[in-house]
Ligand binder design. Structure first.
Ligand SMILES: Nc1nc2c(c(=O)[nH]1)N[C@H]1C(S)=C(S)[C@@H](COP(=O)(O)OP(=O)(O)OC[C@H]3O[C@@H](n4cnc5c(N)ncnc54)[C@H](O)[C@@H]3O)O[C@H]1N2
Ligand code: MOO
Length: 403
């Protein structure tokens, strides 16, 4: 069977998403880093009134000439406006954020006046017309829609929502991602290991990716290489109404690689199996009812690289975010010569350093997909396209930064 190119598999995977998750209303204090489920309109205008951007004096531009004396007739503070009107030769003491009094059109910053605090001030450096005045609606107006569905509620978006008058927001429910490790050789960390056993680590790596992307991970434990155990845990994922089921391991062609068969028995329709990438070739996609299935290879680095390339976009699609299949790579300078590539696109664990010429990426020599230590050390993955010609130190290549 021909290997499927990464972008083809990714598009098919995202097309198989039945739609975004539901939504829930949450108080602002619980909305950080969640994703908006609907457009959000301004319920008020900001600022609601023209106000001062500086501490100083509200003045008339016509009075602005160096040496001119102005009579201070009152004070406007934030939250307590001056009710009168500023006439020629007059000024009103004003503070940052305070409403501009009628008649005044400019603010004389107090550093530019003499006699600050007394009843008469003298203009030292004249303000020009409109200086340090924030017009009503400068930031946003009632009815504007500055935040749209699919937006991550970062610090600026949350502050803006609050300023627009929203005590709560509609956010997407976190996609529920069930994670099932498989393999007779696996034990949980901390448990005693037999002579032929290794510690199951992939679930924790994938949990971190799920959380980073804004999903909620459900750990389904470790299934034995046994159809009944696999069937029971696949059923548990369905019972939990997971949006995604990730299986780890058992994806290849060995006699004990039962995962695909178990999923098919449960009713999964297969999307793709075997992707033109290294690591990650045995990856599989499918649909089981509404649940999207991502069958990741067991090798730790393969499962994590597949997670970056496929799981993060999948969760973004479930969150209703825009362009989940966008190109996330950036250019960098290659730090060493590379040989020609075969039909599998390479994602090479690499060091990344800032040089005077720009970011320089240097793939590590050893790229065995069982070596988690090198992935933990890597700052980026260097992408070598399928069938790439030999590349040379100094060439521009594409990378996926990891941190
Ligand atoms: N004849 C072939 N053999 C293999 C092929 C192939 O095309 N033809 N592909 C190789 C590639 S590439 C990969 S990747 C692996 C992946 O195979 P599986 O997905 O079936 O993975 P397993 O055999 O179950 O495990 C591989 C390796 O990873 C360890 N493992 C599994 N699960 C975990 C876990 N949760 N945490 C930590 N480590 C885990 C497992 O013990 C094995 O050492 O197949 C190649 N073979
Ligand atoms: O694709 Mo496997 O993931 O090369 O080791």
């Amino acid at each position: 069977m021909a290997l499927t190119p990464v972008p083809v598999a990714l598009k098919a995977l995202l097309d198989s998403v039945p739609g975004p998750t539901g939504s829930e209303m949450l108080p602002l204090a619980r909305c950080a880093w969640r994703v908006l489920a609907a457009d959000v309109k301004a319920l008020r205008t900001q600022p609601p009134f023209a106000n001062s951007a500086m501490d100083g004096y509200a003045v008339r531009a016509a009075d602005m000439e160096a040496g001119k004396q102005l009579r201070v007739i009152g004070e406007s503070a934030a939250g307590r406006r001056f009710d009168g009107s500023v006439r020629p030769g007059e000024a009103v003491r004003i503070f940052t954020g305070a409403p501009m009094p009628e008649g005044a059109d400019s603010v004389l910053m107090q550093e530019n006046a003499d006699g600050v605090g007394s009843e008469t001030i003298t203009v030292r450096v004249p303000a020009h017309k409109g200086q340090f005045v924030r017009a009503a609606g400068l930031d946003f107006r009632h009815g504007d829609v500055p935040l749209t569905a699919g937006r991550v509620l970062d610090s600026a978006a949350l502050g803006l929502a609050a300023a627009m008058g929203h005590p709560q927001l509609p956010v997407r429910c976190k996609p529920r991602v069930a994670i099932l490790a498989t393999g007779d050789e696996l034990v949980a960390p901390g448990e005693p290991t037999g002579p032929d056993q290794i510690v199951a680590s992939n679930s924790f790596s994938l949990m971190a990716l799920v959380e980073k992307a804004g999903g909620e991970a459900l750990d389904l434990g470790i299934a034995r290489d046994d159809h009944d155990d696999l069937a029971a845990r696949i059923a548990a994922a369905q019972a939990a109404e997971a949006d995604v089921l990730i299986t780890l391991g058992g994806a290849s062609v060995g006699d004990h690689d039962l995962v695909q068969e178990a999923l098919k028995r449960a009713g999964m329709s297969l999307g793709f199996w075997k992707i033109a990438m290294r690591p990650g070739k045995p990856m599989m996609t499918g649909r089981l009812g509404r649940m999207v299935v991502l069958g990741l290879p067991g090798n730790p680095v393969s499962s994590i690289v597949c997670g970056h390339l496929f799981l993060l976009p999948l969760i973004e699609a479930l969150l209703g975010m825009a362009d989940p299949d966008r190109d996330r790579s950036i250019p960098a300078i290659l730090g060493k010569d590379m040989p020609a590539n075969d039909e599998r696109e390479d994602y090479l664990r690499s060091d990344l350093a800032l040089t005077p010429a720009g970011w320089m990426v240097t793939p590590f020599d050893r790229q065995d997909s069982s070596m988690l230590g090198t992935l933990a050390r890597a700052k980026a993955l260097t992408i070598r396209p399928a069938h790439a010609e030999p590349a040379h130190k100094g060439d521009i290549c594409r990378i996926l930064p990891l941190r």
